[in-house]
Design a protein around this ligand. Structure first.
Ligand SMILES: [Zn+2]
Ligand SMILES: [Zn+2]
Length: 155
């Protein structure tokens, strides 16, 4: 689905590639399109599998390299969910949000609370610090009935 976010992302990416002297390759543009059509948190392997399923052949190395390029361009956001879990998501022009992570099924939920922005602003003023971003991860146990690995309590 092509929307305004995607159109803006393409424009930003093309300018970035030009400035960095990088080529506008089909693979790069396909990756950007794929990323901007999804609404989840994904890693390189997820992206690779989806693209292979859609017969868009891009090598794993190309995916890894271009995730770095997209990150540098600010078009994706990199999240460290737990020790060895790195997930990406599209970033440009999206509302600020934070994450809840279930320690049992690793499912990630998003939430947005404008009060966090106010706190960030207050802390910045108090500490004489120009805060440009924040990362907040809340860990715990989701309440889904089918949450995998959830420890079953004996009644
Ligand atoms: Zn869970
Ligand atoms: Zn997110």
């Amino acid at each position: 689905m092509k929307d305004i976010h995607y159109e803006k992302a393409v424009a930003k990416f093309l300018i970035f590639l030009e400035e960095k002297g990088l080529r506008k390759t089909t693979e790069r543009m396909m990756m950007l399109e794929e990323i901007y059509s999804r609404h989840d948190h994904f890693d390189a392997e997820d992206l690779y599998k989806t693209m292979v399923d859609k017969k868009q052949y891009v090598s794993r190395a190309t995916i890894y390299n271009n995730l770095e390029v997209l990150l540098e361009c600010g078009l994706i956001r990199k999240n460290q969910f737990g020790n060895n879990v790195t997930k990406y998501e599209k970033a440009a022009n999206f509302r600020q949000h934070d994450h809840l992570i279930c320690l049992d099924c690793q499912q990630v939920k998003e939430f947005c609370d404008p009060r966090l922005q106010q706190i960030q602003k207050m802390i910045g003023e108090m500490m004489k610090f120009e805060i440009t971003q924040h990362d907040l991860l809340l860990y715990g146990h989701c309440e889904k009935a089918d949450c995998e690995n959830k420890k079953v309590l004996n009644n």
